[in-house]
Design a binder for this molecule. Structure first.
Ligand SMILES: Nc1ncnc2c1ncn2[C@@H]1O[C@H](COP(=O)(O)OP(=O)(O)O)[C@@H](O)[C@H]1O
Ligand SMILES: [Mg+2]
Length: 249
């Protein structure tokens, strides 16, 4: 099983969009995928058109078993929802004397053989829940917006990841995904060139700016359902293929 956290300590870079559509792409390819929303905003459920009663918070607090909180949303695609209840979990973790950063990993350990992929969507900050998600994950995928990204903030993020990797050696900063690519914008090309110079191995093909990607969540649909012929669908299909290929090599 591969556990991939979609993370970057910046909002509006395409984390949720990527987590949802990558998970959908993998599910379409026949992989069994669990999507875990580790954000108090709970956007993942809305993006898939579902509002589960229970989710990750109920599992971590021990109210229900993981199997009871997971809902199947599509063929091969299951969801462990996030949302406001996670704020209480954050307090619970902070109050622990030790081992707080392993809370999520312990709660999710029971899933270890049930899925081919676990994809985690995280919140923008570097908060307790995000750190927990990174202690659980084995791989990190960071979407970087070519509109607003600075190389500095990506390097800061990579540095913060190192502090976790000291305790969790298996965690690999594996993918950098440029998002909001617009060839007409000179700055996009400049940022892309910098990313290629500093992170040649991690760099994935860009996700282009595509208005369909921003419309789909409003209909509770993935990009493959809402607009299968869009550039957004093509780009997320390409990302899916890369991630599947890496698993085979
Ligand atoms: N490639 C894209 N083209 C156009 N709009 C996008 C693209 N990726 C994401 N969006 C939109 O941009 C906004 C921020 O994306 P989101 O995935 O929620 O970012 P994050 O989770 O990092 O805060 C959302 O409204 C989303 O629909
Ligand atoms: Mg988000």
């Amino acid at each position: 099983m591969r556990k991939i956290a979609v993370a970057l300590s910046k909002g509006g870079v395409g984390k949720t969009t990527t987590a949802v559509n990558l998970a959908a792409g993998l599910a379409q390819a026949g992989e069994r995928v669990l999507l875990v929303d580790v954000d108090t905003q709970g956007q993942v459920g809305k993006s898939l058109g579902v509002q589960p009663q229970r989710g990750l918070a109920a599992v971590v607090s021990g109210e229900v078993s993981p199997q009871e909180a997971v809902v199947q949303t599509r063929e091969h695609l299951w969801l462990l929802a996030g949302g406001r209840a996670l704020a209480g979990i954050e307090r619970l973790i902070v109050r622990k004397d030790f081992g707080g950063e392993q809370t999520l990993a312990e709660a999710l350990a029971q899933f270890d053989s049930d899925y081919d992929f676990v994809i985690l969507d995280t919140s923008p900050g570097w908060d307790t829940l995000t750190v927990n998600a990174l202690f659980y994950a084995d791989e990190v995928l960071a979407p970087v917006s070519l509109e607003v990204m600075t190389l500095q903030s990506l390097q800061d993020f990579a540095q913060s990841l190192k502090s976790i990797q000291r305790y969790h050696e298996k965690l690999a900063f594996r993918y950098i995904l440029p998002t909001f690519m617009d060839r007409r914008v000179k700055k996009s090309a400049e940022i892309l060139a910098q990313l290629r110079a500093y992170f040649p191995d991690q760099l994935c093909e860009s996700i282009r700016y595509n208005v369909r990607l921003s419309e789909a969540p409003g209909y509770g649909q993935t990009i493959f359902e809402y607009s299968p012929r869009s550039t957004g669908a093509a780009d997320y299909q390409q990302l899916t293929t890369r991630i599947l290929d890496d698993g085979h090599s």
